[in-house]
Design a protein around this ligand. Structure first.
Ligand code: BES
Ligand code: MN
Ligand code: ZN
Length: 478
C-alpha cells in the first residue's frame, strides 16, 4: 500500500510521472538521459522508458494526453498496473512514484493501479513463496497529495482486496455460515455492528425465499445485518446495501449445464461487495448511516430441494411460483428487501450477480443498473461510476416488464421469459420495495477468467469503489 515519502534516497527505484519528460529536474536524470527520454517518447510513441542504473531502476512514465478526466485517470491506473508487473519481473522490492508535475489525482491513480494490480490469492499454493510479488513497498512523493488522501485510497484498496479474497474462496472453504463469520470479522476490525440471524431466526421471520433456496443444502442459511451508525450522520434515513450471498449456485433442480457452473463460487460477490463497501466507509469514518443486509445460502440439488412449479410464501406474504430454481438470487434478495422496509430507508441499493442476461448485454466492462424512485441518486451514481471507472449502464424499467412476471396461480413467478432477463429480475426485486431503489446487476464484471489490467483474475471487487465514492458524495453534497 502506498505511503507518502518526503525524501528520496540515492538507491530508490523511481517512477517519474509527468506529462512531458522535458520537465524532469536534473536531480533524477542527466541532461542526456532526459533528451533521450523525450526523443523516445515523442518520436517512438512510447509511454514509458526504463533507465537501468546498475540495478537501480528509473522509469519515466508519461501521462497520455486525454481531455476526458475519467479516461485519463483510468489510463494512469492501467499504467500503474503495468509498471508494477515490470518491477516484479525485475525482482524489485520497492519503488517511489515521483509526481513531477504536481498532478495529485493522476499520481494517486497510478498508485491505486499499482496497489490493486498487485493483488494475489496464493493461500492454496504450495510454492507461494516463489510466486509472491517482490514489490512490497510503494512510496509516493508529491507536494500536492496529502497524507490522508493517500490513506483514503489505501483503505478503499484494502476493502476491494477483502472483497476479492471472499469471492475467490471456494464453497469448500466458505459456507453461508463461514461467510457470515467473515463479515463479523470485518465488522469487528472496522467498528461496525454485526448481527447474524441463524436458521431459527430466519424461520421466525418467515423468510420463505431464503429458506426455499436453502432446502437443497446441508448447511443452514445465514442473514447478516451490518450497521455503521456514526455519531452525527448526514442522512436521517439510512442508506441500505443489500447483497446476494449465494455461496455456490448449482442451479438446483434446474441444474446448470456445460461450463455454466464452474465459476459459481462467485455468486456471493454482491454480499462481499456490500460488506467491503461498509468496511471502507467505517474505516474512513464517513458520517453516513449505512446498513448492510446479506442473505446467504448455497443453491444445491437434493431430494428435498425446491422443484420447478413449487409455490412459496415470501417474508412479506407474497406468493411466488418458482418456475426455475436457477433464478434463486431474487428469492433470497426479496426477503432482504422486505426486511429493509422496517429500516425506513432513504435509499436501498442491491448488488447481485443476478443474471446471465446482464453479462451478455454489456460484458465485464460495467454494471447493469435499474432504478425506481431514485432518478437523482442514479445520476449521481453514474458520475461516481465514471470517476472510479466502475461505470453504470442504466436499463429501462418500464411497467410493462413487470407484467412479464405475473403468475396464473401465485402472485408472481420468478422468471419473466426469454427477453430482457436482467430487467424482469429487477422487476421481481422491485415488487418487494416501497422506497427509492437502485438495483445493480454485477454478473458481468464481478468475476473474470483473465486479468484485465488492475482487475486481477477471479473476483474483481467491482462495485466497492463505486459505492464508497457514492457514500462520500452524500457527505460533500451538503
Ligand atoms: N448466478 C446466476 C447468474 C450469473 C450468471 C452470475 C453468470 C454470474 C455469471 C443466477 O442465479 C442465474 O442462474 N440466473 C439465471 C436466471 C434464469 C434462470 C432466469 C440466468 O441468468 O440464466
Ligand atoms: Mn442461479
Ligand atoms: Zn445465482
Amino acid at each position: 500500500m502506498p505511503k507518502k515519502i518526503d525524501k528520496i534516497n540515492q538507491e530508490d527505484n523511481l517512477i517519474l510521472l509527468t506529462a512531458d519528460a522535458i520537465k524532469i529536474p536534473a536531480d533524477y536524470l542527466t541532461k542526456e538521459e532526459i533528451a533521450y527520454a523525450v526523443q523516445m517518447i515523442s518520436g517512438h510513441k512510447k509511454e514509458n522508458i526504463l533507465f537501468d542504473r546498475l540495478g537501480r531502476y528509473i522509469f519515466v512514465q508519461v501521462i497520455k494526453e486525454e481531455k476526458d478526466s475519467s479516461k485519463r485517470l483510468e489510463n494512469c491506473r492501467k499504467a500503474g498496473d503495468a509498471l508494477a508487473a515490470r518491477l516484479n519481473d525485475l525482482k524489485a522490492g520497492s519503488v517511489v512514484i515521483v509526481d513531477v508535475d504536481g498532478k495529485a489525482a493522476e499520481t494517486l491513480a497510478l498508485g491505486e493501479g499499482m496497489a490493486l494490480g498487485s493483488y494475489q490469492f496464493l493461500k492454496y499454493r504450495k510454492e507461494r513463496k516463489e510466486k509472491e510479488n517482490t514489490l512490497k513497498s510503494l512510496g509516493i512523493q508529491s507536494k500536492e497529495l496529502k497524507d490522508e488522501t493517500i490513506e483514503r485510497m489505501n483503505i478503499i484498496a484494502d476493502a476491494v482486496m477483502r472483497c476479492r479474497d471472499l469471492v475467490n474462496e471456494p464453497v469448500s472453504h466458505l459456507s453461508a455460515g463461514d461467510l457470515a463469520k467473515e463479515f463479523q470479522k470485518m465488522g469487528k476490525e472496522a467498528g461496525i455492528k454485526v448481527e447474524v440471524l441463524n436458521k431459527k431466526k430466519i424461520e421466525s421471520l418467515k423468510m420463505g425465499g431464503l429458506l426455499a433456496v436453502n432446502k437443497g443444502s446441508t448447511d443452514p442459511p445465514t442473514f447478516t445485518i451490518m450497521e455503521w451508525k456514526p455519531e452525527k450522520p448526514v442522512n436521517k434515513k439510512p442508506l441500505v446495501l443489500v447483497g446476494k450471498g449465494v455461496v455456490f449456485d448449482t442451479g438446483g433442480s434446474n441444474l446448470k449445464i456445460g461450463t455454466f457452473m464452474y465459476d459459481m463460487k462467485c455468486d456471493m460477490a454482491g454480499a462481499a461487495t456490500m460488506a467491503a463497501a461498509l468496511y471502507a466507509m467505517a474505516g474512513l469514518g464517513l458520517p453516513v448511516h449505512v446498513v448492510g443486509l446479506m442473505p446467504a445460502t448455497d443453491n444445491r440439488i437434493d431430494a428435498n430441494a425446491i422443484a420447478p412449479g413449487d409455490i412459496i410464501a415470501m417474508a412479506d406474504g407474497t406468493t411466488v411460483e418458482v418456475m426455475n430454481t436457477d433464478a434463486e438470487g431474487r428469492l433470497i434478495l426479496a426477503d432482504a428487501l422486505s426486511y429493509a422496509k422496517k429500516l425506513n430507508p432513504g435509499l436501498v441499493i442491491t448488488a447481485a450477480t443476478l443474471t446471465g442476461a446482464a453479462s451478455r448485454a454489456i460484458g465485464k466492462y460495467g454494471i447493469v443498473a435499474m432504478q425506481t424512485g431514485a432518478a437523482n441518486d442514479m445520476e449521481r451514481l453514474k458520475e461516481c461510476g465514471d470517476k472510479v471507472y466502475e461505470r453504470i449502464a442504466e436499463f429501462p424499467f418500464w411497467d410493462e416488464y413487470g407484467e412479464l412476471i405475473k403468475s396464473e396461480i401465485a402472485d408472481i413467478k420468478n422468471i419473466g421469459g426469454p427477453d430482457a432477463g436482467m430487467i424482469t429480475a429487477g422487476k421481481f426485486l422491485a415488487h418487494f420495495t416501497d422506497y427509492p431503489f437502485i438495483h445493480l446487476d454485477i454478473a458481468g464484471p464481478a468475476f473474470i477468467d483473465k486479468k484485465d489490467s488492475y482487475r486481477t483474475a477471479g473476483g474483481t471487487g467491482m462495485g466497492v469503489r463505486l459505492l464508497v465514492e457514492f457514500a462520500e458524495r452524500m457527505v460533500v453534497r451538503r
